[in-house]
Design a protein around this ligand. Structure first.
Ligand code: ASP
Length: 599
């Protein structure tokens, strides 16, 4: 039996009721968290998104009819209660915001009943994620997820407020757009009106925001939904939200400035954390050399050291071979880990192999300064001394070395460094270390496509001082591109854009486009730029990542209301799904695989 709201009005959310209302009547509504019948007196924990409030039912206050209803209450029933606020009879519950008070019910309406939920609605759920995602609407009732959603909402609201105050206009761009194969794979949407033609869902509003600059809007932002049809890695979503922005008449510093103030505002107002201003900067090259990563986690040290020169003359074939092949030898010093058992070191070697290392060379310095090492026998004593001192190795330290092409060495040691930090519990979630990584390479060579591809995207401005290398050594040209990194996660990235047609044409040429292909794909942008385009630059954050790190969550699924799982499906609504054959016929689409459309 469900009762209606007729004549009833909620006066407070649960935790808005406080000692200030003692002696007055309130009307509260929400879900029954739990209900205990102590014979003649029924205690109900009432929950809404604000928290929990204790309600007491006694027949003498609420009358026999309401009391009979209260006896039927079970978890997740939705109820409305009017009653008097009192000091809590059983003493204060310090765990609750409303722990000093309770509401003595005078009337009760059961607004709707509930089946027993498939898992308890509680904080820190032990329920498997698959089950929670299948019943996401119930999972979303849990206080920790509700906190995440409220945090996310606050981030969005504050971002809008800040950017509006800074003179940005919020402008929407289309989500049915032209497919451009550069970048990740597009999600395609068939056109019924133009059979055989397809829209793409945007991977980002990139081209449109650049056109808005061309149109004079000067400063734009949008909380934009973006889509990328990638093979899903653990913590990716096929659709995600960007805080996307673009600014005219600016250079790198202007973009960085407004964004470090945005971050400072969010962190101060939502977490009471002070973000240093300005946020430190590091070039891509320095980040790779010191941390083996373009998104270094600065919560701990353990920096990489290039010891190529130190070991150049040694006879250890692994080092020698790598150096002769044009690679490097680099190491990290795991301070105080010299006593690590052999088994654990072997596991680190296996871990390193997962990132392309052929092996890992190590030196474990014992408390008495003797050394256990995988390669000492190939080294002269003074060579080893020199190596240890180059690594600032002291008694009790574990030195780990990788020797290979730079790219492999960086990747191996960069990841090993993080793995050690995880094992040693050095990664504190409430320690926020921001960093700008700047001067990314403009291009990167794709072995797969046997050509250079844009490291950021094809509209990124090269650094003027490197542009003369574009033909002779394209890989050495740096870009006016930057990423904002927090605790080893890339929160966002952007660049100054090319606004000169000659540079843009050259860029397309280097990327292997014929002028016709460039025209076919980006013609409208190139044409637009012939009508007066201001210098412009921009940046986009992954809002989901921002919320995840601010909320101290382990997964972006925890900050997305209805996320998808690794295979890009939704466990709740079961998308994607076969569609009616009639729908396909209208689109002139035939499915060739065994998986048929619904009859
Ligand atoms: N559109 C870019 C991206 O999604 C960001 C930017 O350059 O503004 O990565």
């Amino acid at each position: 039996m469900s009762e209606s709201m007729q004549g009833l009005r909620r006066s407070h959310r649960c935790t808005e009721v406080s000692a200030a209302q003692i002696g007055t009547d309130v009307t509260v509504m929400g879900w029954v968290q739990k209900s205990r019948n102590k014979g003649g007196i029924i205690f109900v924990d009432l929950r809404d998104r604000s928290g929990i409030l204790q309600i007491i039912f006694e027949e003498s206050d609420c009358g026999p009819e309401n009391f009979a209803k209260a006896e039927k209450l079970r978890s997740e029933f939705v109820i409305a209660v009017t009653g008097r606020v009192e000091t809590r009879s059983g003493g204060e519950n310090k765990n609750l915001a409303t722990g000093a008070i309770e509401v003595r019910a005078e009337s009760l309406r059961i607004l709707s009943e509930s089946e027993t939920p498939p898992f308890p609605i509680e904080e820190n759920s032990k329920t498997k994620e698959e089950l929670r995602l299948k019943y996401r609407y119930l999972d979303l009732r849990r206080p920790d997820i509700q906190r995440n959603m409220m945090l996310r909402s606050n981030i969005a609201v504050l971002t809008r407020q800040f950017l509006a105050e800074e003179g940005f206009l919020e402008i929407e761009t289309p989500t049915l757009i032209k497919s451009t194969p550069e970048g990740a794979r597009d999600y395609l949407v068939p056109s019924r009106v133009h059979p055989g033609s397809f829209y793409a869902l945007p991977q980002s509003p990139q081209i449109f925001k650049q056109l808005l600059m061309c149109s004079g809007y000067d400063r734009y932002f949008q909380l934009a939904r973006c889509y990328r049809d990638e093979d899903l890695r653990a913590d990716r979503q096929p659709e995600f939200t960007q805080i996307d922005m673009e600014l005219s008449f600016v250079d790198v510093d202007d973009v960085l400035d407004v964004n470090e103030r945005l971050m400072a505002k969010l962190f101060k107002e939502l977490l009471n954390v002070d973000i240093p201003q300005p946020i430190p900067r590091m070039t891509w090259r320095e980040a790779m050399d010191r941390y083996g990563s373009d998104k270094p986690d600065l919560r701990f040290g353990m920096e990489l050291k290039n010891v190529s020169d130190v070991v150049r003359d040694c006879e250890f074939v692994v080092f020698k071979g790598a150096l002769e092949a044009g690679g490097t030898v680099r190491g990290i010093n795991a301070k105080g880990q010299g006593a690590m058992p052999r088994k654990k070191i072997d596991a680190l070697v296996e871990f390193a192999k997962g990132f392309g290392a052929k092996g890992l060379a190590y030196v474990a310095i014992q408390p008495d300064r003797t050394r256990k090492s995988s390669f000492a026998k190939f080294m002269r004593d003074e060579e080893m001394e020199k190596l240890v001192s180059a690594m600032e190795g002291e008694a009790g330290d574990l030195l780990l070395f990788a020797a290979d092409q730079n790219k492999v060495v960086w990747d191996v040691l960069g990841n090993l460094r993080l793995e050690l930090a995880r094992q040693l519990d050095l990664l504190k979630k409430d320690d926020f270390k921001f960093l700008w990584v700047t001067e990314f390479p403009l291009l990167e060579y794709s072995q797969e496509q046997e050509r250079f591809v844009a490291m950021h995207h094809p509209f990124t401005m090269p650094m003027e001082e490197d542009w003369h290398l574009i033909d002779s050594d394209p890989g050495a040209v740096r870009a006016k591109a930057y990423d904002i990194v927090l605790n080893g996660t890339e929160l966002g990235g952007g660049s100054v854009r090319i606004h000169q047609n000659d540079i843009q044409s050259k860029m397309f040429e280097v990327l292997g486009f014929t002028p016709e292909q460039a025209q076919e794909q980006f013609g409208f942008l190139l044409t637009a730029f012939q009508y007066g385009v201001p210098p412009h630059a921009g940046l986009a954050y992954g809002l989901d990542r921002v919320a995840m790190l601010m909320g101290g969550c382990d997964s972006i699924r925890d900050v997305i209301a209805f996320p998808k799982v690794k295979d890009a499906s939704c466990l709740m609504c079961e998308a994607p799904s076969p569609v009616d054959i009639k729908q396909l016929e209208e689109l002139r689409i035939e499915v060739s695989e065994e998986t048929p459309a619904k009859a």
